[in-house]
Design a protein around this ligand. Structure first.
Ligand SMILES: NC(=O)c1ccc[n+]([C@@H]2O[C@H](COP(=O)([O-])OP(=O)(O)OC[C@H]3O[C@@H](n4cnc5c(N)ncnc54)[C@H](O)[C@@H]3O)[C@@H](O)[C@H]2O)c1
Length: 335
């Protein structure tokens, strides 16, 4: 059985491919143009394939639609996990079209080809950014909380969700699971892969880089929020637990209808708590300064994860901030 994984040279996709190799028999077709991913990651994944036959990699931009269709002609793809996207929020404000083209248009095109070639399972990487700034009374946010993105990145993903839902509505053999990720962090617990993103803005990665002196200092964007210590609160999910949700989603679709699920732990930590935890696990006291708030950062974003736990039987294994920080730090040392 073949599965297409787009964006597998990147952070989350590579963790999912590792679990697919370990826990399933899929032959894995990868499309990634390495715009933010790495060939070394593909090579590591290939090295984890004991048969040497299960990974087929295409260095291909999803925007070249005819060439993408050729890949479907050459293979027998019936399932897709679609990670490939652009995902830097401030960049999306400056270059909105990059986001609507890469995230929405390329997703629509991929789905058009997918339906033409009889794909019946589509797992999509969405984001908590589709919720925008939820009202206080809506936290923790559930899948039915009003979606109201406040930047082009979140909008581009919400539009993609509509494309996926409407396609499934019109085509009963095409089923989907949309996973709305909260703050993804940490690295493979075996230390084989991790987040290599250049110029990352993810708090835990930045804190790990600062702990290792790759940055002279790091900043807290605002300490005057209406939270216990004044800094923003987020729901951090370990990338291996998130990867597991994708494998569960594939199985879920065997016997269940299409659906949308939040992926988070249902618990939030403040920016200060995360930094203190990184200082503790790295045994360093790196420099942190307080700078003004960034536009569009909601004070608190926490998932209600009851749906994925009950319907998919998803049971997180790495729900531990120290472990998340430690795996991120260990990976950062490796890089
Ligand atoms: N990292 C997070 O905290 C987070 C949170 C919510 C949602 N997401 C979503 O998860 C997905 C994966 O994110 P990530 O953190 O692994 O990012 P990443 O940048 O590490 O991975 C994205 C991969 O997609 C590839 N890619 C991008 N555009 C492409 C194109 N046009 N053609 C072919 N390949 C292309 C990149 O080269 C890269 O390897 C994205 O869809 C993102 O929106 C991530």
């Amino acid at each position: 059985m073949q599965i297409l994984v787009t964006g597998a040279a990147g952070y989350i996709g590579s963790h999912v491919v590792k679990q697919l190799l370990e826990q399933t028999d899929y032959e894995i077709i990868i499309i990634d143009n390495l715009c933010t991913g790495f060939e070394t990651t593909i090579n590591t994944l290939k090295s984890l394939d004991s048969t040497n036959k299960r990974i087929k990699y295409y260095n291909q931009n999803l925007s070249e639609w005819e060439k993408v269709e050729d890949i479907f002609k050459e293979n027998n793809i019936k399932e897709i996990i679609h990670f490939a996207a652009s995902l830097v929020v401030p960049e999306s404000v400056e270059q909105p079209l990059k986001y609507y083209l890469n995230n929405t248009a390329n997703t629509a095109n991929l789905i058009q080809i997918a339906t033409k070639y009889g794909v019946n399972k589509f797992i999509f990487s969405s984001t908590a950014a589709v919720y925008g700034e939820p009202n206080k009374e809506d936290i923790p946010v559930s899948e039915t909380t009003r979606t109201s993105p406040i930047n082009p990145y979140g909008s581009s993903k919400l539009f993609s969700e509509s494309v996926i839902k409407d396609t499934a509505f019109a085509n009963e053999t095409f089923k989907f699971v949309i996973l709305r990720y909260f703050n993804v962090a940490g690295a493979d617990v075996d230390g084989k892969i991790g987040q290599s993103t250049l110029n990352a803005t993810h708090l835990i990665k930045v804190a790990a880089e600062t702990a290792l002196n790759k940055r002279a200092k790091m900043s807290i964007f605002g300490d005057d929020y209406d939270t216990q210590d004044g800094t923003c609160i987020r729901d951090y999910i370990h990338v291996c637990d998130l990867a597991d949700a994708h494998l569960k989603a594939l199985k879920y679709l065997d016997t269940n209808p299409s659906d949308i699920f939040n992926c988070g732990y249902g618990y939030g930590y403040s920016v200060k708590e995360v930094i203190d935890t990184m200082k503790k696990v790295s045994n360093t006291d790196f420099k942190v300064d307080i700078v003004p708030r960034r536009a569009g950062d909601p004070s608190t974003l926490i998932s209600n994860n009851t749906k994925i736990k009950t319907k998919m039987n998803w049971t997180p294994k790495y729900n531990d901030l120290e472990l998340i920080c430690k795996t991120a730090l260990d990976w950062e040392k490796n890089l």
